[in-house]
Each structure stands twice: as C-alpha cells, then as structure tokens.
Design a protein around this ligand. Structure first.
Ligand code: AMP
Ligand code: GLY
Length: 427
C-alpha cells in the first residue's frame, strides 16, 4: 500500500522512519517533508492546506492511506475531505479535533463529564475576564481559546501581567484564536504527555513521555515547542496510567461519541500530576513533537496496521507492543530560538553522528541541497537514542551531538534530568 504523510517536522520524520520499515508500506511520500525525510520518503511540494491538490495527488499515485501529522490541517477538515473522497486516513475529523482547536470546548466537556482539570472561566470580553481574575487572584493562567502555535498560554504571576495578557489576546495578538479567552487556576505538579489511540469506539493506551518546554537548562527561559523528550516517563506509574485512562481519556472518548463527533486518531493528553492526582491541562489531536520521536523509537509492533486500525474501527484487535528500552531525544535549535534566528546555515557531521549504535537523527527543520544539509527552522534536529536506562540513552544522544558540526546551533544539556534523578535515587 502506498502511503502519504502530511507534515514537515521531526514528528513526521519519525513517523516516516517507522512507516518505511513496515512490510505493509509500498511507496512512501511526504508532503512537504524536509531534508532528512527525503532519505526515507519521496518529498512532494504540496501544502497541507491545499486539500484539492492532496486529493489529486492521492489519486495519481494510488495512495491507500494518508497520515496527518500536524494539528492545523486536522482542525481545518483535511480528514473530513479525505473521508468524503473515500480515502482512508489517520487523524480526527474537524469536529473531533476541536479538542485541540478550542480550549473552551474541551473545558466544557471536562465540566460536563467530571474530568479533573483546573477550575476555569470562558470569556469573550475583557472586563468579565478581569473581574474573574480579580476574584481568583494570582498566579493564574490566561489562554487564547484557539490554535496559537503553542504561544497562546500566559502564566501570570502578578495582576498586571494577567491584565496585560487579557488585553493582548483581545487586542488581536493571536488573531481569531483570541476571540475568546479561557482563564484558569494555576496547577502545581510535574507535567507528563500521555498518548492513547482511538478508533471512534475503542480506546487503547500507548505510553507516556516527558517534554522539556523551556528553552534553557533547569527549565529556565521562555516556553518553546519542546527542547527534548524521553519515554517512558517514570512519573507515570501503572496506577496513574490506569487513573488517567478511567478518569480522563475514557470519559472524553465517550463524550465525543455522545456529541456525534467520535474521536479517531491519537489523543494526546497534556497532564499535570498534582498531589491529589492527574489533572488535564489540555488535549492535542495529534502526536507530540518531539514526543512522537521517542514513541516511534520504542514501538516494537508494526505502526502501519496500528494507525490503519484507528480508521477501520478495529483498534481493539490491533497489536501494540513496546521495546523494553528508554528512548530520549535532544532538540538542536538555531541560536536565538524561540526568538529570531538565522536560516540556511550548514550542518556537518550528521553521518558520523548517525553511525553510532542506537542513534537516529530526525530532522525537524532542514533542507537538502547539493548533497549538503542546511537549517531552515527554529527547531532543526532531534538527536534520538535508546538505552537500558535514561542515563544511558542521554549519554548516547550527547555523544552523537558532539559529532555534529553546526556552530549556529545549540541544545539543552540536561534532557531527562528528572528521570535520571529518579534512577539515581532507586539505584
Ligand atoms: P498548553 O499549551 O495548554 O499545554 O500550555 C502550555 C504550558 O503552560 C503547559 O505545558 C504548562 O506548562 C503550562 N500550563 C498550562 N495550563 C496550566 C495550568 N492550569 N497550570 C499550570 N501550568 C499550566
Ligand atoms: N511537545 C509539545 C507538543 O507537541 O505540543
């Protein structure tokens, strides 16, 4: 079966890498792809927003399955369009992707189905939002309702910060995504990313991972799309996983079915593990990036029938098995990220780095030109390694990074520190 993956990041490189290894995969295409993806798939210059061209390409190349990586085309209805054309795909419909596309929608489902989450209010005018903040005090969290490329959340430690955030969102900083605001209680605890697959009817847990959102070591500096991740996440004990499934994921899947928007695809629950138990911070309607990279490294079973079963409604019978290893990925970003950064700087040493055992380098923002690789994005490479422990996987990833010659890049030096602390304590 020929397969098309939509997207251009490290997540899509990892998906393509795993899909290309499947005996069920014929020719693999990725639109638009990147310099690293080109090694495992044929990259095609199609925009994720140009549904007509995607449908035409699927027909032309006899593609049997489309895997949608990022949230934007999901929220805009790519899967609905493919469904209407009789083309099988992985991902939720636009209605179901509202779990990511509208924070207010998700909070209301939590309220209706008793799903643990921070207390909140939804507002469409600044005065009411500010009155709520005045009544609750700080710290408090202010969020633009819609998709804001991960930048729509402001943790306000003071009243002026909270009020400035409200004015900025209603002032149009996030465009349409800020037509409505969610204000919620600040939760304390350790964060984890938990993934489950759904086929509209059945739901099965995958595994958890932990991301590092801040740009600098020790979780300092501004938030980013994610500077590194590892899986498993030791904070997610088997007991907690069971609670997350029963208290958060299963009621959500039931709610979506009740609302006539059955959820198909991967449900990514951003969790805060608090003193009293797991709370939902937010849902995403796609795999995490860079969490997907470590999940794909650990997945032992064939990814193609697994993703396909979410479309076919046969997830209950699908095989899901994991390697008994830790996978860890370190993001190399362009100096200056998440602010301004230079583009088109050359990266050398990738072959020497990838030659190490148990190391895979996924490209997040690169292009290949004349046999050379150039950085084109903020997050550029995901240097990923496996090991028997987090410490071992971490050492291997940093060994690979030492072989990469890219003076204009940087990375955090402490990815995995929480898990390594736990490993040291229990040793
Ligand atoms: P989100 O885009 O909703 O995942 O939010 C981005 C980040 O903001 C999360 O990963 C958390 O670190 C933080 N955050 C969001 N909501 C809360 C909350 N209610 N309490 C504490 N931190 C939060
Ligand atoms: N790593 C965070 C995200 O994918 O949203």
């Amino acid at each position: 079966m020929n397969i098309l993956v939509i997207g251009s990041g490290g997540r899509e490189h990892a998906l393509c890498w795993a899909i290309a290894r499947s005996p069920e995969c014929g020719k693999l295409y990725c639109a638009p792809g990147n310099g690293g993806i080109a090694e495992v798939a044929e990259c095609v210059a199609l925009s994720a927003h140009d549904f007509d061209s995607i449908v035409a390409f699927v027909r032309e190349k006899d593609i049997g399955f489309v895997v949608v990586g990022p949230e934007d085309p999901l929220v805009k209805g790519l899967v609905d369009r493919l469904d209407a054309e009789g083309i099988a795909s992985f991902g939720p419909s636009a209605k179901a992707a509202r779990l990511e596309g509208s924070k207010g929608f998700t909070k209301d489902i939590c309220a209706e189905y008793g799903i643990p989450t921070a207390a909140y209010g939804r507002f469409s005018d600044a005065a009411a939002a500010k009155a709520f903040i005045a009544a609750h005090g700080v710290p408090i969290v202010v969020k633009a309702d819609g998709l804001a490329a991960g930048k729509g959340v402001i943790i306000a430690m003071t009243m002026p910060e909270a009020e400035t955030a409200i004015d900025a969102i209603f002032g149009g900083r996030f465009g349409e995504a800020g037509a409505e605001v969610v204000v919620e209680e600040f939760l304390e605890g350790e964060e984890a990313s938990f993934f489950a697959l759904c086929d509209g009817e059945h739901v099965r847990p995958l595994v958890a991972a932990q991301d590092h959102k801040r740009v600098f070591d020790n979780d300092e500096g501004p938030n980013t799309g994610g500077m590194g991740a590892y899986s498993p996440a030791p904070v997610m004990t088997p007991e907690l996983t069971e609670r997350v499934m029963k208290e958060i994921v299963e009621p959500t899947v039931r709610a979506m079915r009740d609302k006539g928007a059955p959820y198909k695809g991967v449900l990514y629950a951003g969790l805060m593990i608090t003193k009293t138990g797991p709370q939902l911070i937010e849902y995403n309607a796609r795999f995490g990036d860079p969490e997907c990279q470590v999940l794909m490294m650990r997945l032992a079973s064939d990814v193609v029938p697994l993703l396909k079963s979410c479309h076919d409604g046969t997830l209950d019978k699908a095989e899901i098995s994991w390697k008994d290893e830790v996978a860890l990925t370190v993001v190399m970003a362009a100096a200056g990220y998440p602010g301004d950064y230079r583009k088109n700087t050359e990266i050398k040493g990738l072959k020497q780095a990838a030659a190490l055992d148990d190391v895979q380098i996924f490209h997040a923002g690169t292009k290949a030109e004349g046999g050379r690789i150039y950085a084109t994005g903020g997050r550029v490479l995901n240097v990923t390694a496996t090991g028997a422990t987090t410490a071992e996987a971490q050492a291997r990833a940093y060994e690979a990074i030492a072989r990469i010659d890219w003076p204009e890049g940087f990375c955090r030096r402490d990815i995995g520190f929480r898990a390594i602390e736990r490993e040291t304590q229990s040793a």
